[in-house]
Ligand binder design. Structure first.
Ligand code: ZN
Length: 359
């Protein structure tokens, strides 16, 4: 048995200070420090003690990208994000050529069982998030227009053993049939994203089986009092919703509202690209020749849209821990921010992606 002392323990009920957390292979309990009977005592030195973070939307880190289809690359990502507190994740593909996507799925398929072994050096791979290629070219964001495909359930279902989430645009031809078939024939979570769907179309998609929203507010129809859009549908139904909580993709003034509206169905994600974890400078990004970034902030972004790979996108380099801290710092105390944030980074993503974790 081991004990962690002198830390702020985050639980679903709130913060606990002045106590010790006991664990061996799993969490064993929280006791008074004078009751600690452990083989090893770890001094947290006043830091947070939180459940392992679960990132269900992360493309890359340390110069590597899931869509490259490189086993060593995904190992590097897994190892790098473990240092940010991430204990499990869904390597996330972008809209690239379908054959390249299948190669990336194959790598995830090979690594998944290995990542569960004790000797694996990195966060556990709990499946794959396919962000595209079944999206709306009008809302492609940083995705490549050349490789967008109309929704085809059969293509995706061939990879139902590893794909946990697919991000798609329900308004594309065949979109609703795709949702019905994928949810009927697999456990894949269908997520609305990179989409121009109206409020009504989003509700139809949710009725057909979509249960998640990819990076709420970004690359979708926004909330307007006469046209509630996908955001309106997300806030008024029981779907899960991702938030890139870096206070750039979504203004932090909305964090409290999102927590009130979504509760335990809000999922903090990073959407991190290969630029994450690298020093400031330029790097390659999927189909685009290069992107650049310069900032010393914890959640780092390209300094201006023009500096990045397209005129409309900026590179995401947020880390899970930075998103967690950003949430706690930007959310007013009345939200009891710390306890919900532990749920948003652990329980909610696990529940949404229907993946067991040790949380
Ligand atoms: Zn993404």
């Amino acid at each position: 048995m081991k004990a962690i002392v002198n830390g702020i323990i985050l639980t679903e009920q709130g913060e606990i200070s002045g106590k010790a957390l006991l664990f061996d292979e799993r969490f064993q309990g929280i006791v008074s420090t004078d009751e600690v009977d452990a083989d090893e005592i770890i001094d947290a030195q006043g830091r947070y003690i939180a459940p392992g973070l679960v990132d269900v939307h992360i493309h890359g880190y340390l110069g590597e990208d899931t869509s490259d289809g490189s086993e060593e690359g995904i190992r590097t990502i897994a190892r790098g994000i473990l240092a940010n507190g991430v204990t499990s994740f869904l390597p996330t593909t972008m809209t690239v050529d379908w054959r390249e996507l299948e190669a990336a799925f194959d790598v995830v398929r090979r690594l998944m069982p290995q990542s569960r072994n004790e000797g694996f050096d990195g966060a556990e791979i709990i499946g794959c998030h396919a962000e595209g290629p079944f999206i709306d070219p009008q809302r492609k964001g940083a995705q490549s227009a050349d490789h967008i495909l109309p929704p085809q359930a059969d293509l995706l279902l061939a990879h139902r053993d590893i794909v946990r989430i697919v991000t798609m645009a329900p308004e594309m031809p065949g979109g609703l049939d795709f949702i019905k078939q994928v949810t009927a024939d697999s456990d894949i979570v269908v997520s609305i994203g990179h989409s121009s769907a109206t409020y009504e179309q989003a509700l139809e998609a949710i009725k057909a089986g979509a249960s998640h929203i990819t990076h709420l507010f970004n690359a979708m129809t926004g909330l307007n009092h006469r046209k509630p859009g996908i955001v309106g549908a997300a806030l008024t139904t029981d779907v899960y919703a991702e938030l890139i909580a870096d206070a750039f993709h979504v203004h932090s003034g909305l964090f409290h509202l999102l927590h009130v509206a979504k509760g335990d169905r809000l999922v903090l994600v990073t959407d991190c690209t290969r630029a994450g974890g690298l020093p400031d400078g330029s790097t390659r990004w999927a189909a685009s020749p290069s992107l650049s970034r310069a900032s010393k902030a914890a959640c780092r972004m390209a300094p201006s849209p023009a500096a990045c790979c397209t005129s409309t996108t900026r590179c995401a380099t947020c880390t899970s821990w930075a998103a967690f801290r950003c949430w706690t710092q930007c959310t007013p105390p009345r939200s009891a921010p710390h306890a919900p944030s532990a749920r948003m980074t652990a329980r909610a993503p696990s529940a949404m992606a229907r993946t067991p974790t040790s949380y």
